[in-house]
Design a protein around this ligand. Structure first.
Ligand code: SAH
Length: 376
């Protein structure tokens, strides 16, 4: 049966599958003004939502017993109304002497997603999921293999971040209490395909207390396969995030298969959209490039990429492929990786090779959730 006509442009990427059980509403789903309206709809004065926001974002405190500015007999009701628990920890796995921790979360409808917390000497970063599964179908990515289950709500995304901030503040990571300083949208999902909820989450991260966590926009990285309409919308918002584009090869021919959405938006269009973002925000963007042995690590590709990027405000982040179960692809040989870096640098393109934190704990996108589903 043929599907009814829909506006062509967004159909491909902004469609959600069949609506499931509704995710409970949470104050993190709303802007500060909407939170006040939400309180009023519940028959409360608007300032109550500001009080709860201050506990949630300012003090990372979801235990209503300690909300002393709220009448004792109303605290648990307020907590249920404004901050229902949206994610439940299934398990955590750590490596790097506890400095990397992967958390597997169960959502209210049983769906599983993961986040990864990484402590470095100068910063602590959480990598969050924006969707359960992913519809982008990149063949080297574990998340892509099972397709998209559903978009996460802003509350579900924000809860991963607030839980991580709390873990940092309460000293759960070795080295004592610290502040969560960076957030990267590099977990499960394509953030640009869940634009509204991701933008709300970004505001929750960057808004100052009591409305948000007060983390600098520069410390937030949004990684995308290159949904040009999403990059353009982001440019209009003008928030100076770090934009990361998953390019993986400079030529359309191979990119059509490595990043299938390339059949919709070609390399040139994606780079033009990223350039416009850099122009508007003054922020250099990153090009992500998973190096896959004998697939995209040829010297001529490094040359082509160097030529493409030499006059752009971009740097390259090479990621040694983390092989996914059942795939015949593997990481590049060390000498090919080094040659790739050398060629890019010969064009004056700043290049880094990503550290491979979390490999032992299925750190690559979607691998822990995939393993859990396979074992259940
Ligand atoms: N959907 C977004 C964000 C998710 S993943 C995006 O594609 O950008 C974050 C990065 O990890 C992306 O660059 C993605 O291509 C890369 N990645 C996914 N699977 C990988 C693997 N097995 N090995 C190395 N990098 C991988």
């Amino acid at each position: 049966m043929s599907r009814p006509e829909q506006p062509a442009e967004l159909k491909l990427v902004f469609d959600e599958p069949v609506q499931r059980k509704k995710v409970p509403q949470h104050l993190a789903d709303f802007s500060p003004a909407e939170r006040k309206d939400f309180a009023k709809e519940l028959g409360l004065p608007g300032f109550r939502s500001t009080q709860v926001s201050a506990h949630y974002f300012g003090h990372l405190d979801t235990n209503p017993d300690s909300w002393s500015d709220i009448p004792a007999d109303m605290r648990s009701t307020f907590a249920e109304m404004f901050t229902p628990k949206l994610i439940e920890l299934v398990r955590s796995i750590t490596c790097d002497n506890g400095m990397t921790r992967k958390d597997l979360w169960r959502l209210h409808d049983g769906v599983l997603v993961e986040s990864v917390l990484m402590r470095y000497t100068d910063r602590t970063t959480v990598c969050v999921s924006s969707q359960a599964g992913c519809g982008m179908n990149c063949p080297f990515c574990a998340t892509g293999q099972a397709g998209l289950t559903r978009n996460l709500s802003a509350g579900e995304i924000t809860e991963q971040i607030v839980a991580s901030a709390r873990a940092c503040a309460s000293g759960e990571l070795p080295g004592g209490p610290t502040r969560l300083s960076n957030v990267v949208f590099m977990g499960m999902g394509e953030p640009m395909a869940n634009y509204k909820a991701v933008m709300r989450s970004i505001r929750n991260i960057t808004d100052p207390h009591p409305d948000g966590l007060g983390i600098s926009a520069r410390s937030v990285t949004l990684s995308t396969v290159g949904l040009v309409n999403g990059i353009e919308k982001l440019t209009e918002e003008g928030i100076p995030l770090t934009l990361a584009v998953s390019l993986h090869t400079p030529d359309d021919e191979l990119r059509d298969s490595l990043v299938p959405i390339n059949s919709r938006w070609k390399v040139k269009e994606v780079l033009a959209a990223a350039d416009a973002y850099a122009e508007k925000t003054g922020r250099r963007y990153s090009i992500e490039y998973a190096l896959i042995r004998d697939i995209n690590d040829h010297t001529w590709r490094a040359d082509l990429l160097g030529r493409l990027l030499k006059n752009r405000n971009a740097h390259v982040n090479l990621i040694p492929l983390n092989p996914t179960p059942g795939s015949k692809w593997t990481a590049s040989r060390k000498e090919d990786e080094a040659e790739f870096v050398r060629i890019l640098e010969s064009y004056g393109v700043a290049t880094t090779v990503r550290d491979t934190r979390g490999r032992e704990i299925d750190g690559a996108c979607g691998q822990l959730a995939a393993a859990e589903i396979a074992n259940s």
